[in-house]
Write a protein that binds this ligand. Structure first.
Ligand code: G
Ligand code: G
Ligand code: MN
Ligand code: NA
Length: 251
């Protein structure tokens, strides 16, 4: 309750920031994009983890204005990067089902000057649970602008192959639990990643392995043919200045 009250004021008090985590090409290790991740440093309660405040923001629908702020801030930052570098922004179901979401995306692109092709929106399967038709419709509008759509946390939620048939995702993000399983030679994890990569290839989607922390995990993921890699091994979520410095070094 107290956190909820503080969160209501976090935007106006300028307590929210974005962290940026690099996503690298599996073979070349070149930075391809960053994922924008919200951070909240509350004047009252100190730093609060997103695992704690995002669910509160979703329950109270505060995620709609907070998510819009994150989207605008992410586009603004990415517009300063080299034009081959993309930005991924997480979008909750509450945002996706808000009638004005597509126009918010149009506005964020226009005011930042970021090309639509450089923006990828990350959604989870949960967006389809409440009103699948509405979610699919919004996804189509966003896609027709030229933005990419990633299916986040794949394999952990309510995975349905119907979602993959009915929506043209650009990327499937394979959850860290499978990456960990692969490094432990879990036959199930290996088989599932192999199958997801094959399916993504056939559907003209790319795959990103999430949460790669060790060389062993990297080796396995490479062998399995994932397109891109995200994880602490290549970079933790970092501030905008560090992200720009990383790109300058990489160039
Ligand atoms: O940064 P971290 O891994 O702790 O994030 C925890 C969760 O919060 C993840 O599920 C992530 O998708 C979510 N999250 C982080 N930033 C945003 C955001 O800007 N919008 C939404 N909707 N979710 C976010
Ligand atoms: O749900 P989503 O995939 O958007 O959440 C991304 C979250 O995963 C972020 O909070 C980020 O900090 C976390 N993350 C990114 N890389 C790693 C990693 O290598 N290991 C672990 N444990 N978490 C990671
Ligand atoms: Mn994500
Ligand atoms: Na994820």
């Amino acid at each position: 309750r107290k956190l909820e009250f503080a969160l209501r004021h976090a935007l106006e008090r300028d307590e929210l920031t974005l962290a940026f985590q690099p996503v690298v090409h599996a073979e070349t290790e070149q930075v391809m994009s960053f994922e924008a991740l919200l951070r909240w440093n509350s004047a009252e309660f100190g730093p609060i983890s997103p695992a704690k405040f995002i669910p509160i923001a979703e329950d109270t629908r505060l995620i709609v204005p907070i998510g819009e702020w994150a989207l605008r801030r992410a586009c603004e930052e990415a517009a300063r990067w080299p034009s081959n570098i993309r930005i991924a922004v997480n979008v909750s179901a509450e945002q996706m089902l808000d009638a004005s979401f597509a126009s918010t995306v149009v506005s964020a692109l226009a005011s930042s000057g970021l090309a639509a092709e450089r923006l990828e929106l990350e959604v989870t399967e949960s967006i389809f649970l409440r009103d699948g038709g509405a979610a699919q419709n919004t996804l189509q509008q966003i896609q027709s602008l030229g933005c990419g759509i990633a299916l986040d946390d794949f394999g952990t939620g309510y995975s349905s192959l119907g979602y993959l048939r009915n929506n043209r995702f650009t990327t499937i993000k394979i959850d860290r639990s499978f990456v960990q399983g692969a490094a432990k030679d879990s036959p199930e994890s290996l088989a599932i990643i192999r199958a997801v990569v094959a399916m993504a290839d056939a559907l003209d989607m790319t795959t990103t392995a999430e949460g790669v922390e060790s060389e062993r995990e990297l080796d396995r993921i490479r062998q399995l043919g994932c397109t891109k890699i995200q994880g602490f091994l290549f970079g933790r979520p970092m501030g905008a200045i560090e992200a720009a410095a990383l790109l300058a070094r990489d160039a």
